[in-house]
Every structure is written in structure tokens, then in C-alpha cells.
Design a protein around this ligand. Structure first.
Ligand SMILES: Cc1cc2nc3c(=O)[nH]c(=O)nc-3n(C[C@H](O)[C@H](O)[C@H](O)COP(=O)(O)OP(=O)(O)OC[C@H]3O[C@@H](n4cnc5c(N)ncnc54)[C@H](O)[C@@H]3O)c2cc1C
Length: 477
């Protein structure tokens, strides 16, 4: 019997879980996939938006600006890479310039600090590769970048270190209520019960709310496709570069990622059925827009493409963050499209203090520890530090992923640390093994062997990304 059950292991569910783990509550998180951060929180732009996009007075504006202010300390506490690199919205026409003024004024009203409009000369001085056709830009120095899945993994890991429990491969398929207690059943018949539910199920939030008796949550799916470039091109731009936004969203951007790659995208395409497939047309659109924004975009350094799907509220056009009017004890945190990553720490604080706090008594734990040691990367250490670590643990002397210089020691750590990695992609998200130029072509078998050995599972049961994505069909005699 839990005090609170969180459904959905994305950045929102993870941040809410971590915030609740500060208090003397028995809490758990249910995730349908084999790992956390498998939905929108895995595949997005990783931008900490300054907060000038969202309409004044909206929940998006409020939590964006608050979250942007909180992110530096939040990421530092959780040991996650963050950099305040600033963002630039480019203008190419008089109409774009008028839009920049609207964004500037809105940003000021939303509480964004230090916004400035730059002329073409100043723009090129700080960002030499922007197109010669750009006539100016809106500069937001408070914007930043963060690794979205590392933030999610770290928040959930820290919550688990503070007593929260995680159930993966738990697809919520039925919710019953008996004597004021929710009984939640998975597709495979597992059951957990709790006093309240916090519905953070992203694209699944409409179904989850319905299962709990609330038919007012309506979620749509909008796909965004990306092209990722090698770390060699990570310095191509110094800021996050946006085109001027349209009705459909913020448009295509070019940005360095927190891990030092260069990212181009996303598109914005309404879908009837959520799909993370990439398409030739989508990727062509990304290339066209990126090359219109900057001169000499190093497309030859593309190493992979991917897509993420935004879960948005079909009727409210804002975040849904409230206790359900239909079902007592059900808190919906749904329709969290962009800027949801930026807003996550602020949303979590609000949900727990204002909504959970109305239902459960919040008594702080004396032994809560919010700090999580960073997942340091062996390849980034100096020679002396490397020698010191190898002397303590020789597994750090064995390089497994040659592209990214990831050692056996780091992979073992990923399998053992909360939340434990149990498949190849889960290791990849925690260590970067397989994220380089060869995309795992060389290191995958070695990573599979380490997972099998450390997790105590037969090698042929190790998967690429959970469920039935087995790498091997069986043993030959
Ligand atoms: C293309 C794109 C670009 C974006 N760029 C940015 C950006 O630059 N900056 C920014 O601030 N925000 C950005 N966002 C928004 C941000 O990614 C989201 O707001 C955030 O990730 C939402 O997190 P979430 O936890 O609500 O959803 P998710 O990460 O999708 O998590 C929901 C989880 O619920 C699980 N689930 C669903 N149904 C069930 C069920 N029945 N049982 C159990 N589990 C279930 C899913 O498997 C999933 O793991 C972007 C989003 C996209 C898609």
C-alpha cells in the first residue's frame, strides 16, 4: 500500500517522484517500458527555454520561467550536465522583426530577464555562422541546454536512493477504487494500491485518466524529427539558434547538445497514431531549414536521425496540472508539451506542495539526500585521474566503446546504479556507449555480455531496448 503512485517515468513523473521522496511518504513509479525516459523525455531538443514563447498568464509561461531559473541548481544537485549558452531567434524579414518585438515584450511580461534585440552586425559577431540573410535576432542569455534523459534518470535514481520504488514493464491497464484506495493493475496482472495517483503518462495520460474514471483529458500527438551530428561539429554554433516561430510552434533549431553534439530539428507534424519513425520528407525539411539559418551546416557529420512525439492537450492549449474534478485523489499532470523539460522542477514543486499536500501530510525526512554524484566520464579525466581510478578498479582501464571512450567500469556502474540499466539502450543513455560514429556496431556484444554478467541474466535474454528486442536467437551447440 503506497501513499502515492506516479504513472509515467518521464521527466515529469521522475521530478514529481523525486520531490515526494523528500517527505515521509511511501511512493512508487509505474512505467510501461523496460526503462525510464523512454517517451518524449528521451527524444527532444534539450533546450532550457528562457520563457518568451508561451502566452502571458498561461501555466506554460509560469512554469517555464520558474523552471528556467531553477534548472542550473537542479541539474547540479542531480549531477547532470547543464550549460547556460543563451538562445537567438533569427529574423529574416520585416515581418520576422515585428514578431521578435512581440516575443521581446511578451518575454518581459512573463518575467524573462536580460532579453535583447540584436542588429545583424552584433548577431554575426557573437554567432559567426548564421546566414548573411539574417537581419537581427532576439537574444535570451538565460536559456540553456541540459541532457533530458540524464535529468530524468538522475531524478528517478535520486528518488530511489531516498526510498521511492520503481516498477518497469508495468503498463497500467486497469484502475479500480475500493474504500477510497486505488488498485492499479498492469497488463500482466501485477497489482499495486495507493491513496492517490499522479498521472504523468505523457501520450498515455488520456487513457490513464479514463481508466481512473476521468474522461476530460484529451491528448494529441505531434511528431518532431531530428538529425544528430558528430561531436566534431558540436562547436558549429555557440547558442541555440531558432527561426522565428509560427502558429505551429518554435520551428527548426540548431543547437549544441549538453554532450557536445550538434542537433538539427524538430519538425512539427500532427499524428493520428503516435510514431517515432523518421521520414524522408521530415528530414529533408530539417536540412532545408537548418541550411537557411546558418552557412555551411556540416551535414556530412550526421550520425543518426530520430523522432520524438509531443503529447499536447487537444482542447486546453496549455499544461493540465490539477486534481481531477471527476475522480478524487487523481492528480493529472498531462499535456506537458514543450517547454515541459524546462518546467519540470517547477511543476514538481507545485504538484507536491500544492496538490499532493492537500491529500497527504508532508513531513520532511531528516535523512533526505538530494545530491547525486555525477556520472563522470572516464574519457574526460586527465591522465593522473585516470591512473588513480584504474589503480582502484582495473575495469576502468578497459575501453569498451572506442568511439566515445567508455570503459567497462562505467558500464558496470550503469547496471548497478539506480535506476539500474537492463538493456543495451539503457546503458547507452547512461554512459554514451554506442552513441558515437559507429552507433554501437563494435561495442554492442561486449555491452550485452557485461549486462548479462552483472544483472545475472542469460546472454540470450539481453535485449536492445526491452520487451522482445532480443539480440540473440539462442545458443548453438
Ligand atoms: C520533439 C520534441 C521537442 C521538445 N523540445 C523541448 C525542449 O527543447 N525544451 C523543453 O523544455 N521541452 C521540450 N519538449 C517537451 C518535453 O520533452 C516534454 O514536455 C517532456 O519530456 C514531457 O515529459 P513527460 O514525463 O510528461 O512525458 P514522457 O517523457 O512521454 O513520459 C511519459 C511516460 O509515461 C509512460 N506511460 C504511458 N502510458 C503508460 C501506462 N499505461 N502505464 C505506465 N506507463 C505509461 C510512457 O512510457 C512514458 O515513459 C519537446 C518535446 C518533443 C517531443
Amino acid at each position: 500500500m503506497y501513499d502515492a503512485i506516479v504513472i509515467g517515468g518521464g521527466v515529469i513523473g521522475g521530478s514529481v517522484l523525486r520531490e515526494m521522496s523528500r517527505y515521509r511518504l511511501r511512493v512508487c513509479l509505474l512505467e510501461k517500458e523496460s526503462d525510464v525516459a523512454m517517451g518524449a523525455s528521451k527524444a527532444n531538443s534539450g533546450i532550457v527555454h528562457a520563457g518568451f514563447d508561451a502566452p502571458e498568464g498561461s501555466k506554460k509561461a509560469k512554469f517555464n520561467v520558474l523552471g528556467c531559473k531553477m534548472m542550473k541548481a537542479y541539474a547540479a544537485e542531480l549531477g547532470v550536465k547543464y550549460a547556460q549558452i543563451g538562445s537567438l531567434v533569427l529574423a529574416f524579414s520585416e515581418e520576422d522583426t515585428r514578431t521578435l518585438s512581440v516575443l521581446f515584450e511578451r518575454g518581459k511580461r512573463n518575467g524573462v530577464e536580460d532579453l535583447r534585440i540584436l542588429d545583424a552586425e552584433t548577431l554575426r559577431a557573437i554567432e559567426p555562422n548564421v546566414s548573411r540573410a539574417a537581419v537581427g535576432a532576439l537574444y535570451a542569455p538565460t536559456a540553456g541546454i541540459v541532457c533530458p534523459y540524464s535529468l530524468t534518470i538522475a531524478a528517478i535514481g535520486n528518488a530511489m536512493d531516498n526510498g521511492a520504488e520503481l516498477y518497469t514493464d508495468f503498463e497500467v491497464s486497469a484502475i479500480a477504487r475500493k474504500d477510497g484506495v486505488f488498485i492499479v493493475t498492469s497488463a500482466t496482472g501485477e497489482r499495486v494500491s495507493g491513496k492517490i495517483i499522479i498521472n504523468c503518462a505523457g501520450l498515455g495520460a488520456e487513457r490513464t485518466a479514463r481508466l481512473a474514471g476521468d474522461d476530460t483529458v484529451r491528448i494529441g500527438a505531434r511528431r518532431g524529427e531530428y538529425i544528430l551530428l558528430d561531436r566534431e561539429s558540436g562547436n558549429f554554433v555557440r547558442h541555440t539558434i531558432f527561426a522565428t516561430p509560427t502558429q505551429k510552434g518554435k520551428g527548426i533549431l540548431i543547437t549544441p547538445t549538453a554532450d557536445g553534439n550538434l542537433l538539427l530539428g524538430p519538425t512539427a507534424e500532427e499524428l493520428r497514431e503516435a510514431s517515432t519513425d523518421t521520414t524522408a520528407e521530415g528530414l529533408a525539411r530539417v536540412m532545408r531549414s537548418a541550411t537557411a539559418m546558418c552557412e555551411g551546416v556540416p551535414l556530412y557529420n550526421a550520425i543518426t536521425s530520430f523522432a520524438g512525439v509531443r503529447a499536447y492537450s487537444r482542447d486546453r492549449h496549455d499544461f493540465i496540472i490539477e486534481e481531477s474534478e471527476k475522480t478524487e485523489g487523481l492528480i493529472n499532470v498531462a499535456g506537458i508539451e514543450s517547454p515541459g523539460l524546462t518546467s519540470a522542477p517547477a511543476i514538481a514543486e507545485y504538484v507536491v506542495r500544492e496538490l499532493v499536500g492537500k491529500r497527504l501530510e508532508l513531513i520532511e525526512k531528516e535523512d533526505f539526500c538530494g545530491e547525486r554524484k555525477p556520472d563522470w566520464f572516464f574519457g574526460e579525466l586527465d591522465a593522473e585521474q585516470k591512473n588513480e581510478i584504474i589503480a582502484k578498479d582495473p575495469r576502468y582501464g578497459k575501453i569498451v566503446c572506442r568511439c566515445e571512450q567508455i570503459t567497462e567500469g562505467e558500464i558496470v556502474r550503469a547496471v548497478r546504479r539506480n535506476p539500474p540499466a537492463r538493456n543495451i539502450d539503457a546503458v547507452k543513455r547512461r554512459t554514451r556507449a554506442g552513441m558515437g560514429r559507429c552507433q554501437g556496431g563494435f561495442c554492442q556484444p561486449a555491452v550485452a555480455e557485461i549486462i548479462a554478467r552483472e544483472a545475472g541474466i542469460p546472454l540470450e535474454r539481453v535485449t536492445k531496448s526491452g520487451k522482445s528486442s532480443y539480440l540473440l536467437s539462442g545458443r548453438s551447440k
